[in-house]
Ligand binder design. Structure first.
Ligand SMILES: Cc1ncc(COP(=O)(O)O)c(C=O)c1O
Length: 384
């Protein structure tokens, strides 16, 4: 069933009461296989890598949240964000060319550069903030344009409608990692993208208690291939992760509102603090793509990067915070601090990091939903 509102969809799509017992939460089908009445006679469920109802319900839910209530879409869940991405990349064949954003999660770059290149895929890394640089990188072999928006960790945006139009013209698939925004803030499929993927470990899971990934598409031809790959390559999540995601997604809308309200205040506070040299947050008017953010996002999310000027200052800040926790990952209810150079972006070459501004003094904040006074006071005392 389709609902008008985002929160209603999150709470009810795929989350109908269980027809057998009336349970208001989707049951956890913790099983690897299903009894069959006779050879070839079963209830449509044969083996849990292929069929798991808890997973199906989570996939249906997330597809509806990404695509909206007026079009069909399909979701496929995976063991992690990288497993989701790896499966999406298996849509391609040796010799195909991919245009990718030069600023991305380090693990994505590592998968492309250290593994997929060995299988014959070719990658060009471009400045995705400029659609013209994407157009210039097209070759007759280009089959995919791949981006994050906002990017990890520099918070750069891709004009998703403009770059999706370039992909369409070139006959290439447009793929967007929507992890930093979540579908509450941004719906790339509605801006022309063909595939959206998430590290569900982050805002979708939302409580720093699971690792999972998910893909959604509104193209049936792509959905059929991903479904095949999900089963044939087998990087599926366990049913409990899917159940946790269904539980968490019910509060995505309220969490994102609070994440963002806090982040806006923290970004403002940081922008006026003399110890902070630069603040990267699409919600600040000083962000070079603030107008684009207003156009293609519903709000600005809760990820902020700050430049403290040196490794010593970054270290001191990271070890002085008391409410924020120094940890990899993001998107949980608790605020986290991360040092990209030493934690998430070690595999990105130093020249690229230097050019993009991923410096030794850069610190990334994932602003949680604690009380804003505590978060502000924590940053204040850590900067002293
Ligand atoms: C933007 C982004 N995409 C993908 C991933 C990979 O997800 P996972 O850690 O769930 O494999 C991450 C992980 O940090 C990420 O930040």
């Amino acid at each position: 069933m389709h609902y008008k509102g985002f929160a209603t969809t999150a709470i009810h799509t795929g989350q109908e009461p269980d027809p057998l017992t009336g349970a208001v939460t989707v049951p956890l089908y913790q099983t690897s296989t299903y009894a069959q009445e006779g050879i070839g006679q079963h209830k449509g469920f044969e083996y849990a890598r292929t069929h798991n109802l808890t997973r199906f319900k989570w996939e249906e839910n997330l597809a509806a949240l990404e695509a909206g209530n007026d079009q069909e879409a399909w979701g496929y869940a995976f063991a992690s964000g990288l497993a989701a991405l790896d499966t999406v990349m298996k849509l391609l064949s040796a010799g195909d060319h991919v245009i990718a954003a030069e600023d991305m999660y380090g693990g994505t770059f590592r998968l492309f550069d250290k593994i997929l290149r060995r299988f014959g895929l070719e990658f060009s890394y471009v400045d995705m903030t400029n659609p013209e640089s994407v157009r210039k990188a097209l070759t007759p072999k280009t089959k995919m344009i791949y981006t994050e928006s906002p990017t990890n960790p520099m918070m750069m945006l891709t004009d998703l409608a403009a770059v999706s139009a370039i992909a369409k013209e070139a006959g290439a698939m447009m793929v967007v990692d929507n992890t930093f925004a979540s579908p509450y803030i941004q719906q790339p499929l509605r801006l022309g993208a063909d595939i959206v993927l998430h590290s569900a470990t982050k805002y979708l899971g939302g409580h720093s208690d699971l690792v999972s990934g998910i893909v959604a598409t509104n193209r049936k031809d792509i959905a059929d291939q991903i479904k095949f790959l999900q089963n044939a390559a087998g990087a599926v999540p366990g049913p409990f992760e899917c159940w946790l995601c269904l539980r968490s997604i019910k509060t995505l809308a309220v969490r994102m509102k609070q994440h963002e309200e806090n982040a806006r205040q923290i970004a403002e506070f940081c922008a006026h603090h003399p110890a902070i040299k630069k603040v990267y947050y699409p919600g600040l008017p000083s962000h070079p793509q603030h107008e684009l953010a207003k156009k293609q996002m519903r709000g600005f999310g809760a990820m902020i990067s700050i430049e403290l000027g040196s490794l010593e200052k970054a270290k001191q800040f990271a070890s002085s915070v008391r409410v924020f926790t120094l940890a990899e990952s993001l998107g949980g209810v608790e605020s986290l601090v991360c040092h990209p150079v030493s934690m998430t972006h070690g595999s990105v070459p130093k020249e690229t990091r230097d050019r993009l501004g991923v410096t030794d003094g850069l610190v990334r904040l994932s602003v949680g939903i604690e009380d804003i006074e505590d978060l502000r006071a924590d940053i204040e005392q850590a900067l002293k």
